[in-house]
Design a protein around this ligand. Structure first.
Ligand code: FES
Length: 326
């Protein structure tokens, strides 16, 4: 331990002797003058400012493209470009603008007051390291606004489009059900266990409120609420094809072939496996959907074709703040 303490004391003494030999300030003397070397350059400052402004433009482009209903690929490209430009700007700023080195060296005393004041100012400005703060601040503001736009724009896509027709459909009393070719659907074309997609005659089949799934169950298996008893003539039932979870197409119909081991018939959305019971007004029996599929009341026309006996029982599509879970 004594050896260690002596070695430490010797090292401290040697360091003090070297300082004295090099003319440096004594540990208890007045501090010597300082020089600071900073990495800022006007060209780098301008480059960073331009990159930040471009970042803001790319971010704002995300909002513009979203408003123009541009492709998802373009949206992603604009967002990626904004982040790449921001990354490059930050890299250039960190290497070329932010001071990289602080060096202290001894200087002969400056006795002239004016020279001393000028030197002090030079040292202070050099230590600052960042010139054109206002320019960089403004450019950073543009970048921030653009990125905020890019981040907030997708929020506008949540819920129904303002003025959109998410909850509307062409189904009213007497509208014939037709297939994808526009041909009327006959009631006797569906056997028990059958499943098909139908559209309102004369309507755009691409509208969310258009497609319905039609299934046929045994009438004795159907158990609808009291107000819907007449909605399923001969066990024929129709529901909106648009899943009430996230709007995928309800494309699967499970019908038991071995009744002793199978579960009851089910309409299934393949996206997240929301499962609806067609015999009980499309009640949700499994999965994330928050409410049943809207039901379309059916009737059989004198010529044997299927018609709507009224509008859909509720709004079509995913639940949102205006559509409660039921
Ligand atoms: S969209 Fe149908 S389960 Fe998610």
């Amino acid at each position: 331990m004594n050896v260690l303490a002596r070695a430490l004391a010797a090292a401290v003494a040697l360091r003090a002797a070297r300082r004295g030999a090099s003319g440096g300030p004594a540990p208890d003397g007045p501090p010597g003058p300082e020089h600071r070397t900073a990495g800022a350059s006007p060209a780098a400052t301008r480059l960073v400012a331009v990159l930040l402004v471009l970042t803001g433009c790319a971010g704002a482009a995300v909002g513009v493209l979203l408003a123009l209903h541009a492709s998802t690929q373009l949206l992603g490209l604009a967002a990626a470009l904004a982040f790449v430009l921001l990354a490059v700007a930050l890299a250039v700023a960190s290497f070329r603008i932010v001071p990289q080195e602080t060096a202290v060296e001894d200087r002969p005393p400056v006795t002239d007051p004016q020279t001393r004041a000028a030197l002090t100012e030079t040292v202070r400005a050099g230590g600052d390291g960042v010139s054109r703060r206002a320019l960089l601040g403004g450019a950073a503001g543009v970048a921030g606004a653009g990125l905020a736009t890019a981040a907030a724009a997708p929020l506008a896509a949540l819920g129904p489009r303002p003025g959109g027709r998410l909850g509307e459909s062409r189904w009213t009393t007497g509208v014939p059900l037709v297939d994808e070719h526009g041909a009327p659907i006959r009631a006797d074309a569906l056997e028990v266990g059958a499943f098909l997609t139908a559209f309102p005659h004369g309507a755009d089949p691409r509208e969310l409120g258009s497609p319905v799934v039609v299934v046929r169950l045994r009438p004795e298996d159907v158990s609808l609420p009291p107000g819907r008893r007449a909605w399923a003539p001969q066990g024929l039932l129709a529901y909106s094809k648009i899943c009430t979870h996230a709007g995928c197409a309800v494309a699967l119909f499970r019908y038991p072939l071995n009744e002793e081991t199978s579960t009851s018939p089910a309409l299934v959305c393949p996206c997240h496996y929301s499962t609806f019971d067609p015999a009980r007004a499309a009640k949700v029996t499994f999965g994330p959907a928050g409410r049943p599929l809207p039901q379309l009341p059916l009737r059989i026309a004198p010529d044997g074709t299927l018609q709507a006996a009224g509008p859909l029982s509720g709004p079509v599509g995913p639940a949102w703040w205006g559509v409660g879970h039921s």
